[in-house]
Design a protein around this ligand. Sequence first.
Ligand code: AHR
Length: 525
Amino acid sequence: MVKRYQSGGMMKSVRLTVDAAFRVGPVDPRLFGSFVEHMGRCVYTGIFEPGHPTADSQGFRQDVLELVRELGPTIVRYPGGNFVSGYRWEDGIGPVDQRPRRLDLAWRTVETNQIGIDEFAAWARAAGAEPMVAVNLGTRGVQEATDLLEYCNHPEGTELSDLRRANGSKEPHEIKVWCLGNELDGPWQVGHKTALEYGRLAAETARAMLMVDPRIELVACGSSNTNMPTFAAWEATVLENCYDLVDYVSLHNYYEPVSGDIDSFLASSVDLEVAIEALTATADHVGARLRSPKQLRLSVDEWNVWYQQDFAGQGELEWAESRSLIEDSYNVADAVVVGSLLITLLRHADRVGIACQAQLVNVIAPILTEPGGAAWRQTIFHPFAQVTRYARGDVLRVEARSPAYPTALYGDVPLVETAATYDEESGDLAVFAVNRSRTEPLEIELDVRGFPGERTLEATTLHHEEPTTRNVASDPDRVVPRMLSKARLSEGHLTAVLPALSWNVIRLIPDEPTASSTDNKEQQP
Ligand code: AHR
């Protein structure tokens, strides 16, 4: 650790080593996915609100759609979550005024079915995202899953594909990624199963779905979270039954400060890393036992900060048609944690093929809305939007010699966490970095002489003197990325001072030939 004397005090310095030759793997765009569940106000008064001043003719809020496009999710999982385990997809097609009202047992809600697969697929494409659909393996099985797939993907000439065409979707939805149920290891799940029951059902369903459309990619359900007593054992049994039929196994994990322990909370990505590595090892163990040449990838299709301590659970809810549920309001510290989770996903780009932040609007979401009113970006919006915009090409391994700090849950954890991407075609190098220190700015130093050509430096930071600051409807841009003024590029040597508790994006963009020493350019993040 190099020490520097700055502004009259000692500042710790972190040396980063990056080399274009040390590639983790290509940046799969599907790493930047999101999730829309029929839950709370994610769909109703979230993405969809007929009568809202910005609603289009189908009732989709254009203010929300614009924010979603800016956020940039590449793939959006739908329709649940716990919701899917009791869902009848046929309820959501055809004339809207004839669709049934049904009890949604997962969230004790009356589902009106104003939105179904046709509307969602069209909305996702309009948002620039690929739809990713979960089938109900809680109360349903092979037949309903293959019916839904035929309805969505078969071009025409069968009852179900012609029904889709009659319902207005002439072209097939071409949905490539399908989840075989949701969290069926959880006792709260409608249709909860043992690993063997689920593994066999997943295999039967996968086999039949691949007969309908062999181009699809399938996700088997892993555990609901890594604290489940059956974590890893569940996956081993499930994959023994369906390994050769699926492409991904799912991982879900949410993070919150436990008993006010902010230092451990800020290190949540350590837990995600352990989980990714444990699940990868479990999948590879099954692959080895089966002598399979195939290597599965992970679909981290529910991850986020979620203050579960504030949610009494669905058992406590009265039946309602629509209600606010888990609308967490995120602060700066939460955004730093989200940034570090994104960094961890990038660093495992060789084995994580899909990741979906849960959820997209209102429900533990980067976007909040008021019914009939405004839509705005939460603090956690910004790290996601920057990573999906700037992470291009290949993920590079970054060696960081960072000082560490003690945490109760994870031991000593590096204060600075980083990932880098390099796009050989455009020459763009992006470094994503968090400073977990709650008190100290830290300097990073990086030798970039290995990346050819003159470059312009653009650096932003998301930070606030008061880390509990949030964005609210009346002041939606309190916390936004701002120019990182203390960043310099001189003769292939990059230095930047990361403020205490901050999320940072540092980009080196190939330039027309200029001086080899460039001060940070004024720019809008
Ligand atoms: O995202 C909220 C809920 O969390 C989902 O419905 C469920 O899959 C998970 O437990």
